[in-house]
Write a protein that binds this ligand. Structure first.
Ligand SMILES: C[S@@+](CC[C@H](N)C(=O)[O-])C[C@H]1O[C@@H](n2cnc3c(N)ncnc32)[C@H](O)[C@@H]1O
Length: 163
């Protein structure tokens, strides 16, 4: 079973999992926002896999010009805002599905840490190198891809549709 389907079947687990994600993300985002300034010029964000909204909340607390939209599965988001029609920045956290099986190189330890968790808890989980993330970006129609900075065990990767 896909790991993120489990909370949908057990309300208590859903509550514990979502709270754990919220707490973890609150700590990590605090660190990321100390070093990453890429939200300065942004007016709208969509957080895909945003859980109960910790990431959006931390960002708009610092950048109040941003209209934040939190997107997740129904059992997580059932009491949240309606789905977005469009957005300028999409944050994807630990939910990128596996669909290729290319070789790996240029591994970043912080990307690997997160990937290792995803490999363990998800059938088809995959360790991705920076080059594979870049290929994923290009195949998905993004014009640019860049590793901006790292904080805690996370990296900020920017994907842009237009230069
Ligand atoms: C590792 S958790 C991160 C939670 C969130 N970032 C937070 O801070 O609370 C991954 C999240 O992705 C969501 N997710 C997984 N697959 C998804 C999908 N296909 N569409 C939307 N959300 C998804 C899960 O429900 C879960 O809330």
């Amino acid at each position: 079973m896909y790991a993120f389907e489990c909370p949908a079947k057990d309300g208590r687990y859903n509550d514990v999992f979502n709270q754990a994600m919220y707490n973890h993300t609150t700590i990590v985002m605090q660190k990321i926002l100390e070093v990453y300034t890429g939200f300065k010029e942004i007016t709208e964000i969509i957080d895909v896999g945003g859980g109960t909204g910790a990431t959006v909340a931390k960002i708009i607390a610092i950048y109040p010009q941003i209209r934040g939209i939190n997107f997740d599965l129904p059992h997580v988001i059932k009491n949240a805002a309606p789905l977005p029609e469009f957005g300028k920045v999409v944050i994807v956290e630990s939910v990128v599905p596996e669909y290729t099986n290319t070789g790996s190189s240029l591994k970043l330890s912080n990307v690997m840490d997160i990937d290792m968790v995803m490999i363990v808890i998800n059938p088809g989980g995959k360790d991705r190198s920076l080059k594979e993330f870049e290929a994923l970006a290009k195949e998905s129609g993004f014009a640019t891809f860049e590793l901006i900075c790292s904080a805690a065990v996370y990296s900020v990767l920017e994907f842009q549709k237009k230069v």
